[in-house]
Design a protein around this ligand. Structure first.
Ligand code: BG6
Length: 479
C-alpha cells in the first residue's frame, strides 16, 4: 500500500445523506483504522441539520452503528474517528453559510488553514452542484482562487448532470472554480476489483489480446441486473431512470474497458485517452433503427412505489445494442442488458468468440458449435471463466462445453479494498486514473441522449418482477 497522503481536510456536502452514512463514513473510518489517513486530518460536514460538532459526531456514530455495524471493529477507535468530525450549518444553494465554512476551515490553523489541503466532496443531488461550486468560488475556496501552497480537489458523485447540456453547464461552472486536474468525477464501478482487473486481464496476458477483435469475437454482452427494485428512491428514479442511472456511467464504462485499445502508458491520461476514443466510436442511436437497437421496460408495480407518479413512464430496464465503429470492432455487436427487479443480481461481461470454420464435433447432424466464451464476473461472483468444448466421454466423438474458472475469493486470501476505500485513497493521493474525464463524461451523455431521443414517444414495456425484462427485449438480438 502506498504512503500516507498529506494532511488535509475533507469538506463533505450531503453529510446527512444516505451515501455518506452507508459508504463514506464507514470507508473513511476504516482507512483511518488501517493507518491510511495522515496525521492531521479532519472532516467538516456541511448541511442544514442544525447540528453542533458534538451533535454531528453523535449523528454519524449512531448512523454507522445502525447501517454498517460490521465496519466498526473497535468502538474506542471509532470514537476517536468521530472526534475528527466537525459541522457547519449552511443552506447549500445560498451563499451565506459559506463564510462560516471558511471560518471553520480557518479556525483550525489560523489563516494558514485556508491555504491547507482541502478535498471537497459533493454527495448531493445534481441540481445542487452548480450552486455549491459557485458559492465555494465566491467564498474564495475554489481551486483557482488559491494563491498559496495547499492543494484543492473536488470529488463529484454521479449523476453528473442530467443530460449533455446540463453536464456541460456543470463542467463549465466547475472549471471556472477548479482546474480539470482538481476534479474527480466518481463512478464507484471503477473502484471495483474485478472492473480494474479487466484491463489487467487484457493487457498483462499475451494470449487473449491477439484474439480481442472483430476477426475472432462474434459479440459482447454486458449485463447489470439487480433483483431488487428502486429501494425507496422513487423521487430520484423518476428524474433519472435506468438509462441515466446505470447505462450512462457504469454500463458504458464497462463497455469502454472491454473495447479500449492498449494505452501507451499506465498513466491516468493515457488510459482515459483510450476510453474516450472508444466512447467516441460508439454509434449514436437514431429514430430509424432504434426499434431494433433498444427496448426499454418498466417493472410491474413500479408505479406503486413511494415517490413514483401513478402514470410514470420512467424506464427501469434497458436492452441495447451498441455498435463500435472502429477498426477493431466494426460489425461486432455489444449488447447491454440492465435493469431493476430482474431475475437475480449479477454483473458480468460475456465475450463470445466465433466458431471454428468447420465443426466436426457437433451432435450428429447439428451444424452449430458451442462457441468459446470469456466470462468476466464482476459481482456477486468475482471470477474469470473460459468456456471451451471438450470431448464427451464415451463412444461418440462429440463435444460438451466446460468451464475453467478463476475466483478471486478462492485464489487470494486478502480481501481487496471496496470501491469507496480505493477511490477515496486515489483522490487523496491525487490519482485520477479511475475517475471520469470531461470528454468521456460528455460523450457518454451524448450516447444516452441519443437513445432517449430516438425512443421518445415510445412507452417502456411492462415486465413482471423477477423476470428478465419484457419478452420484446429479445428484439435487439435479432436485428
Ligand atoms: C448506483 C445506482 O450508482 O449503483 C443504483 O444509482 C445501483 O441504482 C448501484 O443499485 C449499483 O451499485 P453496486 O455497487 O451495488 O452494484
Amino acid at each position: 500500500m502506498s504512503t500516507r497522503p498529506d494532511n488535509f481536510t475533507i469538506v463533505l456536502f450531503g453529510a446527512g445523506g444516505d451515501l455518506a452514512a452507508r459508504k463514506l463514513y464507514p470507508s473513511i473510518y476504516q482507512l483511518f483504522r488501517w493507518g491510511h489517513m495522515p496525521e492531521a486530518w479532519r472532516l467538516i460536514g456541511v448541511g442544514r441539520a442544525g447540528h453542533d460538532h458534538q451533535g454531528f459526531r453523535k449523528y454519524v456514530f449512531d448512523r454507522v452503528m445502525e447501517l454498517s455495524p460490521d465496519a466498526v471493529d473497535d468502538r474506542q477507535h471509532f470514537e476517536q474517528f468521530c472526534e475528527r468530525l466537525f459541522y457547519v450549518n449552511a443552506v447549500l444553494d445560498q451563499p451565506e453559510g459559506y463564510a462560516a465554512l471558511r471560518e471553520e476551515i480557518r479556525s483550525s490553523r489560523g489563516e494558514s488553514g485556508v491555504c491547507s489541503n482541502i478535498l471537497f466532496y459533493l454527495s448531493t443531488p445534481p441540481s445542487l452542484a452548480p450552486a455549491i461550486v459557485g458559492n465555494l468560488a465566491r467564498a474564495g475556496l475554489g481551486g483557482r482562487s488559491l494563491d498559496c501552497t495547499g492543494w484543492r480537489k473536488i470529488v463529484v458523485e454521479k449523476p453528473f448532470g442530467n443530460d449533455l447540456s446540463s453536464s456541460r453547464e456543470l463542467n463549465r461552472l466547475l472549471e471556472e472554480a477548479f482546474d480539470e486536474r482538481q476534479i474527480y468525477r466518481i463512478d464507484h464501478y471503477l473502484g471495483k476489483e474485478p472492473v480494474q482487473n479487466i484491463m489487467v486481464f487484457r493487457f498483462s496476458n499475451g494470449m487473449f489480446e491477439p484474439l480481442w477483435n472483430r476477426q475472432y469475437i462474434a459479440q459482447v454482452q454486458v449485463t447489470i441486473a439487480e433483483e431488487f427494485g428502486i429501494r425507496g428512491r422513487g423521487a430520484y428514479y423518476e428524474e433519472a431512470g435506468l438509462l441515466r442511472d446505470i447505462v450512462q456511467n457504469h454500463g458504458l464504462q464497462l463497455l469502454a474497458a472491454v473495447a479500449m485499445e492498449p494505452p501507451v502508458a499506465l498513466d491516468p491520461d493515457a488510459i482515459r485517452d483510450e476510453k474516450a476514443k472508444v466512447l467516441r466510436s460508439i454509434r449514436l442511436f437514431d429514430r430509424d433503427t432504434a426499434g431494433q437497437m433498444a427496448v426499454l421496460g418498466q417493472y410491474e408495480g413500479y408505479r406503486e412505489e413511494r415517490g413514483v407518479a401513478p402514470d410514470s413512464n420512467v424506464e427501469t430496464f434497458a436492452s441495447l445494442k451498441f455498435m463500435v465503429d472502429n477498426w477493431r470492432w466494426s460489425g461486432v455487436p455489444f449488447y447491454m442488458k440492465a435493469g431493476k427487479s430482474l431475475g437475480r443480481t449479477v454483473t458480468e461481461i460475456v465475450i463470445t468468440f466465433r466458431c471454428p470454420p468447420q465443426n466436426f464435433y457437433g451432435e450428429r447432424g447439428a451444424a452449430a458449435c458451442t462457441p468459446n466464451q470469456v466470462i468476466l464476473g464482476i459481482q456477486p461472483d468475482e471470477t474469470v471463466a473460459i468456456r471451451f468444448g471438450t470431448k464427451r466421454p464415451g463412444e461418440e466423438l462429440v463435444t460438451d462445453p466446460v468451464f475453467m474458472k478463476f475466483d478471486y475469493r478462492e485464489s487470494f486470501a486478502e480481501r481487496g479494498l471496496t470501491p469507496y476505500h480505493r477511490l477515496l485513497l486515489d483522490a487523496m493521493e491525487g490519482n485520477q486514473m479511475n475517475f471520469i474525464r470531461r470528454d468521456s463524461l460528455e460523450r457518454s451523455w451524448e450516447i444516452v441522449d441519443s437513445i432517449r431521443e430516438a425512443l421518445s414517444g415510445t412507452l417502456p414495456e411492462p415486465y413482471p418482477q423477477h423476470s428478465w425484462g419484457p419478452d420484446s427485449a429479445q428484439r435487439v438480438y435479432e436485428g
